[in-house]
Design a protein around this ligand. Structure first.
Ligand code: AMP
Ligand code: GLY
Length: 422
């Protein structure tokens, strides 16, 4: 088989890493990839959002399967365009990607299909939004409807703050078009957890559990990021929770999307709140989490490729994936300044030495090479230093040993990834 992975982050490096190991695959490309992916896989200089060029490349090279990593090309309809010309695309259609692309759509779907989530209402005008706010008990959650790079959610401690958030989004253009419509919802207390399932339009297969740390600072403090580290398994996601989430959230979503003419295929990533009343849906993403994908891929014993093909072909029923018992942890190394502004081009040394730590695998995210052939930092999140071991605490020890062998003064990482698992 010929396979193309779309994207260039740590998630896509981990996907390429497992797909390269599949005996079914005789050629793998990654577009655009990064300097680490390029060590093992042919990278193609096409941006992940350049859907027309990706379709042309796939057609010209007779690609059999395109694995789409990030949400942006999905929302732009890359999967639809590929399917139209008979190429398998792992990832939802643009219509189904609206589960992530519109929070209001996601909430309405939950209402129509009795899926547990926070009580809410949708607004495009400030006055009715404020009238709704005045009847709520704080904290009150105000969300931009569209994609806002993970920043479109404001947890307001007072009614005044909520009114200000309403104004910022609806009249102040705080999140551009993404904030032209908003969702206001009740605050849910509880423990947050993530949940991943492969979906083929009708059937869903839960993956092993994984949890990220979204805040930039130790102790889960400071601004939100795409994720500063992750571990798997996640002890809060017990077998009982898995069953409840499948029965009450994932399967009703898959059935609802099918019944409404938007069958969902790809990986469904649910952000959950484990409340006193059971698990409730916070949000959906239509892709693998990054860096959760990195820990999941290092724990996968089965070949991923047949599972991706089965998802594309509607054949996940009775499909099984096997996982190693070993735990995995990944520590993200980012450029100083991230998630704010940062400099590009600093040189990273010591990667080979770090990879020699037992159980360590280093995935690249924002890396490139300079004229001297050295690895340089080209993004905010730059490396995903991953390690596997018998326990999460041993995996943590190994991951930080590998981190400490990396010579990159312009980089930083959190020192406490995994603390919630202990
Ligand atoms: P989202 O982008 O929808 O995942 O929201 C970002 C973060 O805001 C989540 O990870 C939660 O920590 C928090 N959050 C969102 N909605 C709620 C809610 N209704 N109740 C409590 N926390 C929430
Ligand atoms: N790690 C969170 C995300 O991928 O959205």
């Amino acid at each position: 088989m010929k396979v193309l992975v779309v994207g260039g982050g740590g998630r896509e490096h981990a996907l390429c890493w497992v797909i390269n190991g599949s005996p079914l695959v005789d050629k793998l490309w990654c577009a655009p990839g990064n300097a680490g992916i390029a060590l093992e896989t042919e990278c193609v200089a096409i941006g992940a959002e350049d859907v027309d060029a990706l379709v042309n490349f796939s057609k010209e090279n007779r690609v059999d399967l395109v694995v789409i990593g990030p949400e942006a090309p999905l929302v732009l309809g890359l999967a639809d365009l590929l399917q139209e010309i008979g190429i398998r695309a792992f990832g939802p259609s643009a219509e189904a990607a609206v589960l992530e692309g519109s929070k209001g759509f996601m909430k309405d779907l939950c209402a129509r299909h009795d899926i547990p989530t926070a009580a809410y209402a949708r607004f495009t005008e400030p006055e009715p939004a404020k009238a709704f706010v005045s009847e709520m008990d704080p904290p009150i959650v105000v969300k931009a409807d569209g994609l806002a790079a993970g920043k479109g959610v404001i947890i307001c401690e007072t009614v005044d703050q909520a009114n200000a958030a309403v104004d910022d989004m609806l009249t102040g253009g705080a999140f551009g078009d993404a904030g032209a419509e908003i969702v206001i919802e009740e605050f849910m207390g509880g423990v947050e957890a993530s949940f991943f399932a492969l979906v083929d339009g009708e059937n869903a297969l839960p993956l092993a559990s994984a949890q990220d740390h979204k805040r930039v600072g130790d102790g889960d403090t400071g601004p939100n990021t795409g994720g500063m580290g992750a571990y798997s398994p996640a002890p809060v996601v017990t077998e009982q929770i898995t069953q409840e989430v499948m029965d009450r959230i994932i399967l009703p979503t898959v059935a609802g999307m099918k019944a409404e003419g938007k069958p969902y295929q790809g990986v469904l990533y649910a952000g959950l709140m484990l409340t006193d009343e059971g698990p409730k849906l916070v949000e959906y993403n239509v892709r693998f989490g990054d860096p959760e994908c990195q820990v999941l891929m290092t724990r996968l014993m089965s070949d991923l490729v047949p599972a991706l093909v089965a998802a594309c072909d509607g054949e996940l029923k009775d499909f099984d994936l096997r996982w190693f018992d070993e735990a995995a942890m990944t520590v993200v190394m980012a450029t100083q300044g991230y998630p704010g502004p940062y400099e590009k081009g600093s040189v990273i040394r010591g990667l080979e030495n770090a990879a020699k730590i037992a159980g360590a695998t280093i995935f690249h995210a924002g890396t490139g090479t300079n004229d001297n052939g050295e690895i340089t930092a080209t993004g905010g999140r730059v490396l995903s230093v991953t390690a596997n071991a018998n326990t999460i605490s041993e995996a943590q020890e190994r991951a930080y040993k590998a981190v400490d062998r990396i010579d990159w003064p312009e980089g930083f990482c959190r020192r406490d990834i995994g603390w919630r698992a202990f």
